[in-house]
Design a protein around this ligand. Sequence first.
Ligand code: C2E
Ligand code: CA
Ligand code: CA
Ligand code: CA
Length: 276
Amino acid sequence: SKEKSGTGYHFFESEMNNRSLESIKLENALYKALDRNELDIYYQPQIDSRTNSIIGVEALLRWIHPTEGMISPADFIPIAEDTGLIVPIGEWVLENACKQLKKWHEEGNHALSVSVNLSSRQFEENDLVEVVQRILIDVNLAPEFLHLELTENQIIKNKDLTVEMMEQLKEIGVKIAIDDFGTGYSSLGYLKNFPIDALKIDKSFIQDIREDDDSNSAITNTIITLAQNLKLNVIAEGVETKEQLDFLLSKDCYLMQGYYFSVPLKAEALKEKYLI
Ligand code: C2E
Ligand code: CA
Ligand code: CA
Ligand code: CA
């Protein structure tokens, strides 16, 4: 407290000021980032490893700051969420990812889907369903090609509201996946209350799949079995090695995403490598 000896307090105070100055600077820059065209969407392929063919892409936001360079979403999404900026930014991602997908459909890649990450802040906006519907109509995209990803913890934050929103989204025809599955604090029993289509196994479990360690393989195995029993699709994320791929295939989990196949790419690069 202020009564305590001078030096300690002053040191603490200047540390605090530095930190908030940094985040205020970032926050101000983020406000302008949309208008200044500094945001971009990268796309990571989702692969059916039985046929080694692309089935979809995940849209991943990138901020190319004019002086700081590429800033990771792990660093700016939390600021965007705290300030509410995630709402207009998230809408921008939805609209542009749908436009990009429509273009790829028109070029002949008719079966491709796009997965878009949603923040719980967006779920708290009561016009989310109208926004999604308007974008689908504007872009003229069939709703089943848009897959929305929500993390387990976002879902349990406000169960009733989330179920309600999900049901409305299902009604307009979009698909819903639970992201980072297995890392949350919920029980498995809650799953049946949500109208979901797919589980994404968190990359922390996939990356721990090793021949000499059964415990993480056991978790992955359990999630796959759960998804199969509930008739949900299951996607493994963060697949980096042939060993992980082989393990997953042996458990009939064939939808995968990860550096083993590709890092997230700019739209043009993704088209060049994977599309017609
Ligand atoms: P996420 O949704 O779990 O996305 C997967 C992250 O894992 C991405 O990081 C991706 O680049 C990375 N990744 C993919 N394959 C591998 C792999 O084989 N190994 C490893 N180590 N990592 C892999 P990224 O792009 O940095 O995004 C981080 C997080 O930021 C995302 O995690 C998501 O939660 C959030 N995010 C990204 N874009 C958006 C967005 O448009 N809206 C919202 N609300 N969140 C976003
Ligand atoms: Ca995701
Ligand atoms: Ca994830
Ligand atoms: Ca994550």
